[in-house]
Design a protein around this ligand. Sequence first.
Ligand SMILES: NC(=O)c1ccc[n+]([C@@H]2O[C@H](COP(=O)([O-])OP(=O)(O)OC[C@H]3O[C@@H](n4cnc5c(N)ncnc54)[C@H](O)[C@@H]3O)[C@@H](O)[C@H]2O)c1
Length: 291
Amino acid sequence: MNARDIFGGGVAVITGAGAGIGAGLARHAHRLGMSVVLADIDGAAVAALRDEIVADGGAAVDLACDVRDPEAVAALAERTYRDVGPVRLLINNAGVEQFGYLWDTPVANWNRVMDINVSGVFHGVRAFLPRMIAAEAAAWIWNLSSIGGVATVPLQAPYIVSKHAVLALTECLRLEVQLAGHDDHIHVQAVLPGAVKSNIFEAAGGVSADLAGADVDAADSQRDAMLAIKAGAMDPLDAAEVLFEQSAHGGFYLLTQPEQVRSAMTERAESLRTLTPPQLRNKGRFESAEH
Ligand SMILES: NC(=O)c1ccc[n+]([C@@H]2O[C@H](COP(=O)([O-])OP(=O)(O)OC[C@H]3O[C@@H](n4cnc5c(N)ncnc54)[C@H](O)[C@@H]3O)[C@@H](O)[C@H]2O)c1
């Protein structure tokens, strides 16, 4: 079955739909004939995307929602089931980046990454999955991890931690859905994108110059290095098409750039198997960041 057969006519809820990968997923879901519920902390961004999709003949609803707030995510589920219909696809996509040495990272920035990237996914599962189970219709949950979910990267530790966590959460969730006997209609899948064009590096947290001795240059140079990768990154609409087709084919790990992400997976598996400690790569790139 292809993605249109499976998802066409259904309802998709996408968090962080206002930009980047989430907006690409929303546009492609619309092209497949889905009704889309666009949720984002940036209400103006999702309102503009709703107008675009509606003007193109689609069905779209926008809601301002901060995924850090469990009550806001519960209200998103409540309104979706009441006003739009049963959800065929929930995409827990909202996520943020953070640059700098871990010991320079402001507590608020650490909490921001964990609250959005990890707790936001948990809140989505808690708000939607019981309703999906009760509806007894086929439903999918995609959680956004990353190639960073199988990698170790200096100067991005909070983000990398969060993406490993989302991967583990999603793997455990899949087992729990099986254990509880709901895998006949509930499909849990982990999304691991490689580099995709988005606003994530511009919106990322950094290091405060107010903190005595904090290495602001290290954080800034890592942000610059990541921004440089953006030029060769994948278009979000292309990424969305790949992910929808892979999901329809039933795999668990959905990879925007299968070759690149699988190579990181193999490397991770191999370093654990051989007990090889994490290795610094492209050390030149981090030279300005060395203490
Ligand atoms: N872009 C990439 O190369 C890449 C690679 C791997 C994984 N990812 C993951 O993809 C997901 C989307 O990232 P992106 O690159 O499109 O980023 P982006 O910054 O372009 O978009 C993220 C969206 O999330 C929204 N958002 C931020 N905080 C929120 C909150 N508290 N509640 C609701 N919405 C919130 C933002 O307003 C924005 O619209 C993230 O989980 C990210 O970790 C991205």
